[in-house]
Design a protein around this ligand. Structure first.
Ligand code: PRP
Length: 207
């Protein structure tokens, strides 16, 4: 069995479609129920849905042989996995955002609210800028509105959340998209199958 961790939600449905068109279908996954894992014994596949930010943990520890994770998660947690293919879906960007009129005052430490502390720290240390990270788990946009932080480092997709909260992108740090990742030992053990999957999936990637 090849164990495949997919991110639950809209991105996962899109990615599943790509796997199916690449010949890795699993009819059981379309049945209406609350199951979290689905098998196609004939093809030797087992899919399971996990929280998007958990995919890389399953793959790194070998509970999944392969999976699909956002580049944001790979940059933030640096899991020890192989990154095999950019699927070019789930596209967004990691940005610094804040009030439209915000001007950085280099004389003081910048307060940055984020779910992505490592990405933010690396970015600002590359600029030589001292920052104070305020780690939050969601609704990051509230932080500068309430004066908890000066700016945020967060994902921007359509820009609607920022706009509706009177915030704007101040700087783009890095573009993000979904990546096919593999457990390092599984990649050796299932090399032929995984390489065939990568080739077939690559045909489904829209550029
Ligand atoms: C992300 C991100 C922004 C929003 C951006 O949040 O943190 O809040 O999406 O999308 P937009 O540019 O299309 O408006 P998510 O929906 O993942 O929820 P979260 O607040 O729990 O992180």
């Amino acid at each position: 069995m090849l164990n495949i961790a997919l991110p639950k939600g809209r991105l996962g449905e899109k990615v599943l479609g790509m796997f199916e068109r690449a010949g890795f279908e699993c009819p059981a996954i379309h049945e209406e129920n609350r199951r979290l894992f689905f098998e196609n014994e004939a093809l030797g596949l087992r899919y399971f849905w996990v929280k998007p930010s958990d995919v890389s943990i399953y793959v790194e520890r070998g509970a999944a042989d392969i999976g699909v994770a956002g580049k944001d998660i790979l940059l933030e947690y640096a899991p020890d996995v192989y990154e095999l293919l950019d699927l070019n879906v789930g596209r967004c960007r990691m940005c610094v955002a804040g009030p439209k009129s915000y001007r950085d005052d280099l004389g003081r430490t910048l307060r940055v609210a984020t779910k992505f502390s490592n990405i933010a720290s690396r970015y600002y240390s590359s600029l030589g800028r001292d920052i104070d990270i305020i780690p939050l788990n969601g609704s990051i946009e509230l932080a500068p509105i309430l004066g908890l932080s000066d700016v945020i480092v967060d994902i921007v997709e359509t820009g609607t959340t920022l706009k509706e909260n009177d915030l704007a992108v101040l700087e783009t740090i890095v573009p993000i998209s979904a990546r096919l990742i593999a457990n390092k030992a599984s990649f050796v053990f299932h090399k032929t199958r995984i390489e065939a999957l990568v080739r077939a999936l690559a045909q489904e990637v829209e550029t």
